[in-house]
Design a protein around this ligand. Structure first.
Ligand code: GRF
Length: 226
């Protein structure tokens, strides 16, 4: 497949564990003729994850690999790498994948593994980003797309979108507002990578053609005005 009759489309492997709304955003992006990527495979460590159903509906290979049936992380990661390679994956997107990946996995796809996280990293890594933001009385929250490294949500930041935390917000209302931004941000960051526009110097990501560090358009005042 080619984009604009030129460059080959990059093949995405998406790792999921749950509902897969970010996967859906990537499926929808890949359906656009000018998008520089196509879905090669979706793999879930949770066999019942709705994300697998989304993949099947989009005619994308859907693979269940239950981590509980592997002796250890190394064995699970090795099987993940084998499945991704079997589908000739160029870029791996973690999208609500609730497992850490190890060094051997990362070595198999150098600077080719991305994650989306529901906080403005480096604030609130780990579980429950929106819950932590509400609990800390943060005034601005958001989401981050970053390269995955061996740490927890600690790799170089590619793009972020901010949303206000409203006085009446609960974890759920804030998470829902952040998720809307995630669905815009992840396909955009994947586009940049697949177009070969991303360069990492030290641990700073530079995007050729320019990219906003924070999507100011996502900021709304409590009154709703932009
Ligand atoms: C998202 O909030 C994502 O940032 C986090 O897990 C959630 C996954 O949601 N990593 P979904 O499965 O994509 O709907």
């Amino acid at each position: 497949m080619s984009v604009n009759g030129g460059e080959a489309k990059k093949r995405l492997g998406v790792l999921v564990s749950g509902s897969g709304s970010n996967l859906q955003a990537l499926i929808d992006a890949c359906a656009q003729p000018d998008y520089p990527a196509e879905l090669a495979v979706v793999i879930s460590n949770v066999p019942t994850a709705f994300a697998l159903e989304r993949a099947r509906r989009a005619n994308v290979s859907a693979v269940a690999l239950d981590h509980k049936s592997f002796a250890d992380r190394e064995a699970f990661d090795a099987e993940l790498v084998a499945a991704l390679r079997a589908h000739r994956v160029d870029v791996v997107c973690l999208a609500g994948f609730m497992r850490l990946v190890g060094k051997s996995f990362l070595d198999a796809f150098p600077q080719r593994v991305l994650n989306i996280h529901p906080s403005l990293l480096p604030a609130f890594p780990g579980l429950h980003g929106p819950r932590q933001a509400v609990k800390h009385g943060a005034k601005v929250a958001g989401c981050t797309v970053h390269f995955v490294d061996a740490g927890l949500d600690s790799g170089p930041i590619i793009a972020q979108a901010a949303v206000p935390v409203l006085p009446e917000d609960t974890e759920e209302t804030l998470a829902a507002r952040i998720l809307i931004q995630e669905h815009q941000l992840y396909p955009l960051a994947v586009r940049w990578l697949c177009e070969g526009r991303i360069e990492i110097r030290d641990r700073t990501v530079h995007v050729r053609g320019g990219a906003p560090a924070i999507d100011a358009h996502a900021l709304r005042s409590p009154g709703g005005a932009r």
